[in-house]
Design a protein around this ligand. Structure first.
Ligand SMILES: Cc1cc2nc3c(=O)[nH]c(=O)nc-3n(C[C@H](O)[C@H](O)[C@H](O)COP(=O)(O)OP(=O)(O)OC[C@H]3O[C@@H](n4cnc5c(N)ncnc54)[C@H](O)[C@@H]3O)c2cc1C
Length: 453
């Protein structure tokens, strides 16, 4: 989907969902078999009926999105206030981790290491996992609509993550966009695209393998550079006569620049061609041609990362901040939707310029969970900075990594928030100790998200 979708478009697409939100769906979109009005497709649906979840046993907090942010929130809401009745609504059936997925391409970890069970997380931490897609929210009646019925909430947290915005790289034709999504998937949304990219890396026999880095505050600043290293490492190990062409919209790697440039030059001088300050302006996936302001490049295969935007749900709900990448219009310190202290947006969908990282989402969620618990008792909580911890593997065998770890601070300038990094620790000397620490960090995070530890 593109940034051009409006709330009305979505209702037309979802058909009965919009009608349900307006309180009219139950009359026609039911088991009665009545035809849908206005020629809309008839869908046997439960949009207008209560979801089959247990009755709330306390104040109900509904968390939408079971990624790094939503999983952390569901757990830490129960920790902050065990009386909360927490329901996590997630449309996926299996959790797939984006962090350390680049190392999967190089064979450092296997697929099973990335996959985890939502049921384990819910059972261990005493909340409900409701496997459904949220299609609308009525904030007046505090009701969340899914294709499996509606749920009422006392508090709502939206953590829908991001979407791709192909129009941001000059791709306006839906057929071209779909070809890019299927044939050259970016691999920055967790799931089956990781398997496709791994298959491409193993099947590549030579030529140019295209990777791109968007500009803006894209998801996981170091990940495209780490990916270039992991794929180049695999090509070298397989003896492939080919190169990774890395087109970067930024003037240098957006983070850990020295470490990545050192790795490109020393470890992959003939396998990575790094081209900075070169934003993609157009793509012809059928003829495998990428356009930039400085001319075109052909490619043989690739994984093409377009600019990103906030999750589609925010736009559907009219919660996108004007002037942002369709990210959430929220209080930058308290995370609630402006004017609505019952609804919060967290994780990569936030509009503050914090690193879009799982570690940021996890530490931020602990604070937001405590804040909601405090507010439910009429209290407030002082702002706490999230912490970003980002290891990047630059070689697979031996596994060697670099690191950035930082917090954030802010100043108010003419009523506007100006954010800076704080307490930054930057370690750009790659070594095996940090390679091991990368995998240990991921293990600890999975333990946090999926067990009671
Ligand atoms: C290749 C790669 C490497 C990375 N490496 C690191 C790293 O080393 N360290 C690090 O800290 N971070 C890393 N990240 C970043 C990290 O993955 C993200 O920052 C993190 O996933 C953001 O969490 P989130 O919960 O906001 O979004 P997500 O994890 O994307 O979760 C959003 C969830 O919402 C669900 N959803 C959306 N809409 C709906 C709806 N309408 N109804 C129901 N469910 C819905 C989605 O299915 C999804 O499960 C990496 C990312 C990538 C792509």
């Amino acid at each position: 989907m593109t940034a051009r979708h409006s709330r009305r478009d979505f209702f037309r697409l979802a058909g009965s969902a919009g009608a349900a939100a307006a309180g009219t769906a139950a009359g026609w979109a039911s088991a009665s078999g009545d035809p849908a009005p206005d020629g809309a497709p008839h869908v046997a649906t439960v949009f207008g009926q209560p979801a089959t979840v247990p009755k709330a046993r306390g104040e109900r907090v509904v968390v939408v999105g079971g990624g790094w942010s939503g999983l952390s929130l569901a757990k830490y809401l129960k920790r902050a206030k065990p009386d909360f009745d927490v329901v996590l609504i997630e449309r996926r059936r299996t959790f797939v981790s984006s962090p350390i997925s680049n190392t999967f391409y190089a064979g450092v970890v296997d697929w099973e290491r990335l996959c985890h069970s939502f049921h384990d997380a819910a059972r261990a931490n005493d909340y409900l996992y409701f496997n459904a897609t949220v299609v609308d929210v009525d904030r007046d009646s505090r009701r969340v609509f899914t294709e499996r019925g509606y749920l009422d909430y006392d508090w709502l947290v939206l953590a829908p993550g991001i979407e791709y915005d192909y129009s941001g790289m000059g791709v306006e034709d839906p057929a071209a966009e779909q070809t890019l999504r299927d044939h050259y998937p970016a691999g920055f949304l967790p799931g089956s695209s990781d398997l496709t990219i791994k298959g491409k890396v193993e099947a590549f026999e030579g030529g140019t393998f295209l990777l791109t880095v968007p500009s803006g505050n894209y998801r996981c600043l170091p990940a495209p550079y780490e990916r270039a290293c992991m794929i180049a490492d695999r090509f070298q190990a397989r003896g492939v006569k080919g190169k990774v062409l890395l087109l970067d919209g930024n003037p240098e790697p957006a983070t850990k620049s020295e470490g990545f440039l050192g790795a490109f030059n020393e470890l992959y001088p003939d396998t990575i061609e790094y081209v900075p300050s070169t934003e993609v302006t157009g793509l012809d996936p059928h003829n495998r041609q990428v356009e930039t302001r400085f001319g075109g490049h052909g490619f043989d295969d690739g994984a093409i990362y377009p600019p990103i935007r906030g999750g589609l749900l925010l736009e559907i709900l009219g919660l996108s901040k004007p002037g942002s990448q369709q990210e959430a219009d929220i209080d930058p310190l308290k995370y609630n939707v402006i004017g609505d202290p019952r609804v919060y947006v967290t994780g990569d969908a936030r509009s503050m310029p914090l690193a879009k990282a799982g570690s940021t989402a996890n530490s931020e969620a602990r604070y937001v969970a405590e804040l909601i618990a405090a507010r439910s008792q009429g209290e407030e909580l002082a702002w706490r900075s999230p912490e970003t911890v980002c290891y990047s593997m630059v070689s697979a065998d031996p596994d060697r990594a670099i690191l950035i770890r930082n917090r954030y601070s802010y100043r108010l300038v003419d009523g506007r928030y100006v954010w800076s990094l704080a307490n930054t620790r930057l370690d750009q000397e790659w070594d095996h100790a940090k390679g091991r620490a990368t995998l240990e960090w991921a293990r600890a995070m999975y333990r946090d998200l999926f067990t009671a530890a």
